[in-house]
Write a protein that binds this ligand. Structure first.
Ligand SMILES: Nc1ncnc2c1ncn2[C@@H]1O[C@H](COP(=O)(O)OP(=O)(O)OC[C@H]2O[C@@H]([n+]3cccc(C(=O)O)c3)[C@H](O)[C@@H]2O)[C@@H](O)[C@H]1O
Ligand SMILES: Nc1ncnc2c1ncn2[C@@H]1O[C@H](COP(=O)(O)OP(=O)(O)OP(=O)(O)O)[C@@H](O)[C@H]1O
Ligand SMILES: [Mg+2]
Length: 244
């Protein structure tokens, strides 16, 4: 594992370059009460200072503990936090779409991160900020994110980090221990955990993305997920007339 302090310095330098090259005034990040967004918020604060960073907690039928952890994180880091409750919006949306075509269980769950994306972009454009994505290397490799939901962002500072590196940075920058220690979850349904849904542990994913050997069954599953999610890591294919 790489040295946490060096990773922090490199990412903060990169982020200040990204923001200044874009001409944006700052950055907005969704704060879920989980570790990835806590680390992204901490690094944004290090890169830009508290005045140019805004976090937003967006419950969507979320468990109360998420809100407590988001608040705890914002207080520990000293960053501003807005709350936009999307629960009612979600319900209205379901009442609108269900009579036309009721979403499958997964499609319905994916509405939540997509409503958050809309909200983050609304805040970002109003303030002249960019939207910070929080995907790490493990999630990006296997496509464990919602396309145009949490995957919709302007820059991704954690994209080259393993989950163990995210945890090491979290401890270094003062993310509260309950946030660092709880099992990672997308929070899309009750009891969901990343490792259970994927059937893969972060330890194995970390090893794979670091080029270390993993057991055959896990390797096959990681590579299957990587293959079927290729489209998520690219812009949509475009039709060039004459090239067909
Ligand atoms: N070959 C292809 N070429 C181009 N596009 C393709 C495609 N195959 C599917 N698609 C499109 O992609 C869609 C499916 O992708 P998507 O909508 O993302 O849906 P999908 O990958 O099925 O679901 C998202 C997954 O990410 C997890 N997640 C979501 C949000 C946050 C987190 C977290 O870690 O916190 C995890 C969630 O639990 C779930 O397992 C299809 O409906 C289709 O529109
Ligand atoms: N309730 C929420 N409020 C605001 N943003 C959210 C919420 N849920 C998810 N997000 C956004 O979506 C991102 C992806 O979710 P993900 O669960 O992978 O990260 P995390 O919750 O920060 O970390 P982890 O679950 O691994 O502890 C979050 O980092 C955050 O930016
Ligand atoms: Mg989470």
């Amino acid at each position: 594992m790489r040295d946490a302090r060096k990773l922090i310095d490199a990412i903060e330098k990169w982020m200040s370059q990204i923001i200044s090259a874009s001409g944006a005034g700052g950055a907005v990040v969704g704060l879920s009460g989980g570790i990835d967004s806590a680390v992204a918020a901490a690094l944004l604060k290090g890169a830009l200072g508290t005045e140019r960073v805004i976090t937003v907690y967006m419950p969507c039928h979320s468990i109360p503990l998420d809100g407590e952890h988001a608040r705890l994180t914002a207080e520990a880091l000293g960053v501003k936090m807005l709350t936009v409750d999307l629960s009612e919006t979600f319900d209205v949306y379901r009442r609108t779409i269900d009579p036309v075509m009721e979403p499958s269980t997964l499609a319905a769950a994916n509405i939540k991160p997509r409503l958050r994306m809309i909200t983050a972009y609304s805040i970002a454009q109003t303030l002249g900020y960019l939207v910070c994505g929080t995907g790490n290397k493990d999630e990006l490799t296997v496509g464990y994110f919602t396309k145009y939901g949490d995957g919709g962002s302007d820059f991704m500072p954690l994209a080259d980090l393993t989950k163990a590196e995210v945890r090491a940075i979290a401890r270094e920058v003062g993310v509260p221990p309950p946030v660092v220690e709880k099992p990672p979850s997308a929070g899309l349904w009750e009891g969901q955990t990343d490792e259970q849904e994927m059937g893969l542990s972060y330890e194995v994913l970390d090893a794979y993305v670091s080029g270390q050997p993993v057991d055959e069954k896990s390797r096959r599953e990681i590579e299957r997920r990587r293959r079927i999610s290729e489209h998520k890591r690219k812009m949509p294919p475009i039709c060039v007339i004459g090239a067909v």
